[in-house]
Each structure stands twice: as C-alpha cells, then as structure tokens.
Design a protein around this ligand. Structure first.
Ligand code: 4AD
Length: 495
C-alpha cells in the first residue's frame, strides 16, 4: 500500500542517518542541546566554534592572567577550563554552583589543557552557598566514610563520579557478555511468595491498605485482628530470582537476569547490604558443573578486561589513590591466570593444616570470612571455586552427588571480599524434589517449581553473582556501601 510505505521510508532513512552519524543525531536529540564536557574535549571539530557548556564548578582560580573556572558535568573525569572574561564575571560563581557558559572554544594559552572556553556570557543556573552546610570543598579528597554521610551530594566528588561511570560500563559489559552468547534477558519479579534460599532473611510485604474484592485462602476479612493482606498469600521482596529464572529456562534454554535482590540480614559487615544487584544465569541442558564454572570465569574476565579498556582514567584514579597498594597488579594477574578449583572436603583439609586461624574447620559448617581468605591466600591470591559442599549447608534446590552427602555446587571466593558467586546444578529428580519441598513445608507454595520437573524437565544449572561485591573486589573498595549510589543496610534507609 503506497500510503503506508512513505512514512516507513522516512523513518528508515532517519534511522540509517543516526547509525552513520550517531553523535550528531544524539546532540540534536539531547535534552540540554549542549555537548557534554566529554564531547567538547574529544571532538576536534568543535575547536574555534561558539559553543555552550553546562556543568558544576569544580574550582575557581583568580590569577594575575584572569579568573578561571573548572567546569565538570560528570560525563568524564576531565574538566573544561572556562576563562571568565571581566564582562561576565559574577560574585556567585562559587565552588559547587551550576553554570551555563557560552563562548569560543579556543586552543588554551596555559598548560594542562588543550582547549579552553573563553566566556562571552555566563548564566548562573543554580547558585551554591558554600558558606552554609555544603559538605565539600574544592580540591580536597574526602574519606569514603565521610562522603557516605552525604549520599545525595556524593556524586559531586571525583571518586564517586568515577565509580558511577565504571558501574555503568560494568553493567553494559555484563549484558554484552550474555547477549554475545545468545542468552535471553529476563525480568524476574521483585514481589514473590517464595524464600528461594530458605534462610528466612526475607522482607515481608505489608500493604498500606486492605485489598478490595474477594479473597482466597485467607482468614475471615471481617475479623479486625487479621493483618492487612494485599495478595492471597504472604508476599516478600525477592532474595533471588533463581526459581523464576529456572521456570523461564525450562522453555527458553539460556536466560539471565540482572535484578535487585533483598536480604533482611541483621548484619553490619562491609560485604553485606539489604538491597543489592545480582547477576543470575540459568542454563537448560547443562549437566557439567565445570562448564558452569567456566562460564562464570569467562563472565568475570571478559567484563573486567573491557573495563580496563574503556575506563582507563577512572580506573587509574582508583588504582593510584583509592585501592590498596599493588591492587592493579593483582587484577592483571587474575586476568592471566586460571581460577583455582578445589572440593569443599579438600578445603577443610587445607584449613585444618593452617595454624593460627581463629575458627576451627569442621566438615559440614559454612566457611568463615577468615577461612575463605585463607583459601584464597593458599591459591596465590587468586579466585578459588570451592565445589561439592555438604548438602546440609546448602539450599534444597541443589542436585545431590552420588556420595549422598554432598551437592553439585560451588562458591567462588575472591580476595578480600570472600564469596562473589554461588551456583549449582539443580535438583532434577521429581521424587527427590517433591520430598525435599514437603520436608520444608513448602509443598503447596512450590508446587509450580516441582511442576518444572514434571513437564519436560532437563538437567539445569545456574548461578548468582553479587554485582556490588564484583565492583568491590575489582576496584579494591573497602566497603560495599561505596559501590552503589544509595546503599541500604540495617538502620539505614533514610532517603
Ligand atoms: O549465594 P547466594 O545467596 O545465591 C543465591 O541467591 C542463588 N539463588 C543464586 C542463583 O543460583 N541464581 O547469593 C549470590 C551472590 C553471593 O555470592 C554474593 O556475591 C551476593 O549474591 N550476595 C550479597 N551481596 C551483597 N549483600 C548481601 N547481603 C548479599 N548476599 C548475597
């Protein structure tokens, strides 16, 4: 139909044009209409042009040559030097204020920068009263503990802005990794009626109102002592998307999720938060734990390599000033080495041979952080997969090994942080699974999960990797709460 084809052709042409000249098109489409500081500093064709730039004042310098402002907008670590000509000088141009500057982008007369923006007009978009409570001062480095007390302004510091850019790149690279292997991304629910890990660390959903309409399976609604319920079953914030992901894998083969997980752990450690992001993958037709571990190792190495390539200056800031000495070399060693693998039983044997550990290694117990770090040290400071854990120490969904005592699973332990990733082959025997969920008193709640083994079951395996722990380890960050913009932990959910 000719009438229909015309607009489609126009759209196709526009799309082609965007693909050929993405930056120009994006600039036209950008909300501010201005190039970012990153674009200004990296686009040679802008030199000699009249441009406008927006950003926050990182420093003001009054020199005998004139007044200079360092303008940053978060797009990169670099700042744009603005020459404040007398005609557009204003008293309110203070550290922290937000400006729009229009002028000529010229080759810089000073040292330290290739170009500078010679202001023709400066408009004060948002003043910043530095004489008040503004918590940061120019050219000062703040401790992570201090910056964390000002979460709403923390992204104004160089180090946290760098962290956010790297977090962004790591997120993209994780998606790229799975997409390149043909995995399908799945959005698993945040609201759920199961506690996948069975550890009782769930946040319960308490609605503000009673749901209207008829209710099923719940006590008498006329009884005022009945707690408010919205769903017909108790509901929680998810601790892991695994069970739902398994359901989708049982029709889509290779799937992954990159979603929030919530844990009500009453824990103040520097490795735990109540809300964090988990990268989870689930593979149907998988019966080799070794293949699963290889996939995790590839994920870690591929994303870190890409971060090294794309976030050079932000990583340098961390490696030179924020992470422990020698951290960069440790990361490089990790990339060129194979991750170690050992069974849990061997790990207990190694730990028993180590004098001076505070906790005694007992077969059947979980590993303490000290024990985890001892194993990593024994492995030359490299990540270690500890496999085949006692069934009693792990959740119901793991597949038993032929020895009848252990399950086909792994924990990946990494330097400083400890457990980065946990995975397993999934219980695929219908009778055994039915018996396990019945023993947990979950026969009704998990009947849908058991159905997955009833109808067209395949051997399946999967894992979950803590995204913030990944960043914490790679960037050498002491406290996990400094890897996410708004950390939540015990007693801390104020904004
Ligand atoms: O070992 P976990 O509990 O495994 C699961 O939840 C599985 N259902 C995942 C799966 O197989 N799909 O958690 C996975 C990872 C841990 O290894 C750790 O890195 C991270 O999630 N994690 C936390 N990160 C920050 N704060 C917490 N409170 C965390 N708890 C777990």
């Amino acid at each position: 139909m000719p009438k229909m084809s015309a607009p489609i052709t126009v759209c196709a042409k526009l799309l082609l044009c965007q693909i050929k000249q993405p930056w120009k098109q994006l600039r036209k489409l950008s909300l501010s209409g201005n190039p970012s500081v990153k674009e200004i500093l990296s686009q040679p064709e802008l030199r000699g042009q009249k441009i406008s730039a927006k950003g926050w004042v990182k420093a003001v310098r009054a020199m005998k040559e004139g007044k200079f402002v360092d303008l940053g907008d978060g797009s990169s670590q670099q700042i744009l030097q603005v020459v404040v000509t007398p005609c557009c000088d204003k008293r309110d141009i203070t550290f922290g204020s937000c400006l729009e500057v229009t002028g000529l982008l010229e080759q810089s007369k000073g040292q330290g920068q290739a170009v500078e923006l010679v202001a023709e007009s400066i408009s004060l978009v948002g003043p910043c009263d530095v004489s008040g409570d503004y918590p940061f001062k120019p050219r000062k480095r703040y401790s992570a503990d201090y910056s964390r007390q000002h979460l709403h302004l923390r992204q104004r510091t160089n180090s946290f802005a760098a962290l956010l850019r790297m977090r962004n790149v790591a997120t993209q690279e994780i998606h790229r990794f799975y997409q390149s292997l043909g995995f399908i991304q799945v959005h698993t629910p945040v609201l759920t009626s199961n506690d996948c890990e069975g550890a009782g660390e769930v946040f319960h959903i308490m609605p503000g109102i009673q749901a209207s309409g008829p209710r099923k399976n719940t006590p008498d609604t006329t009884d005022n002592s009945t707690p408010l319920m919205f769903f017909d079953t108790p509901a929680y914030l998810t601790v892991s998307g695994q069970l739902h992901l398994e359901a989708v894998a049982s029709g889509m083969s290779k799937v992954y999720a990159f979603n929030t997980a919530f844990r009500a752990e009453n824990c103040q450690s520097r490795r735990h938060m109540s809300e964090f992001y988990m990268v989870e993958a689930e593979l149907a037709f998988l019966s080799s734990l070794d293949d699963l571990m290889q996939n995790v190792e590839d994920l870690v190495k591929t994303t870190v390599k890409r971060m090294l390539e794309t976030c050079e200056s932000d990583l340098t800031l961390f490696f030179q000033h924020l992470s422990p000495k020698g951290h960069k070399e440790q990361v490089q060693k990790m990339l060129s080495s194979e991750f170690k693998r050992m069974t849990y039983t061997d790990a207990i044997g190694i730990l028993r041979g180590q004098p001076g550990l505070k906790s005694k290694a007992e077969w059947g117990d979980d590993l303490s952080n000290e024990q985890e770090q001892c194993l990593v040290k024994q492995a030359g400071g490299l990540p270690v997969f500890v496999t085949d854990w006692p069934a009693s120490a792990k959740p119901f969904y793991m597949r038993p090994n032929p020895d009848g005592k252990t399950v086909a699973c792994f924990d990946l332990l990494v330097p400083d942080v400890g457990e980065l990733c946990g995975g397993s082959l999934r219980e695929d025997d219908l009778d055994r699974l039915e018996a396990k969920v019945a023993k947990l008193g979950q026969a009704d709640a998990l009947s849908w999960y058991v159905d997955l083994r009833r109808y067209g079951a395949t051997p399946t395996g999967g894992y979950g990797l803590g995204f913030e722990r990944h960043l914490q380890w790679i960037l050498g960050i002491n406290n996990i709460k400094d890897t996410i913009p708004f950390p939540r932990w015990t007693h801390h959910c104020r904004m």
